[in-house]
Write a protein that binds this ligand. Structure first.
Ligand code: ZN
Length: 147
């Protein structure tokens, strides 16, 4: 199983994800409010260290994708073929998250045929709820809005 690496800055992201919420770190400075990802201590816009976690709708679109081919590290080769998509968030178009397009929260990594993946396709976040599954519990994954 491939599990996320959680650091202090990113820990809240995973805590919210485990509850089924997609949240993005935002600057808490009233005049700024800039969203940022990946999480980090300081706002790159105004250099404030105050931050909050803003809930997103979980809607986005496929900004780019790849289907990796061997040679791959053994843990990845065992899962191939699979897709890796870059999702542009509808609520924050400058924020892009990397994940997998699947047919449902617990579906296998290759559950969406490669020829169904289109740049620009609308997607919605779902959260894996399967402790023993490929992504563990709370891993954000993506499903097509119109499968
Ligand atoms: Zn700021």
């Amino acid at each position: 199983m491939l599990t996320p690496v959680v650091d202090d800055d990113g820990a809240p992201f995973w805590e919210y994800a485990a509850r089924g919420e997609l949240r993005v770190q935002a600057c808490a400075e009233p005049d700024c409010g800039e969203l940022r990802f990946p999480p980090r201590p300081c706002c790159p816009h105004c250099h404030s260290f105050d931050s909050e976690w803003r809930r997103m709708s979980g809607k986005g679109r496929v900004w780019s994708y790849v289907v990796p081919h061997p040679p791959l590290l053994p843990e990845y080769a065992a899962l191939a073929p699979y897709n890796v998509i870059v999702v542009e968030l509808a609520d924050a178009p400058r924020i892009r998250l990397v994940g997998n397009l699947v047919s449902g929260p617990e579906a296998p990594l290759n559950s969406v045929a490669q020829d169904r993946i289109r740049i620009g396709a609308k997607v919605q976040v779902v959260f894996a709820n399967d402790e023993g599954g490929e992504g563990g519990s709370g891993l954000p994954r993506w499903v097509l809005e119109r499968p």
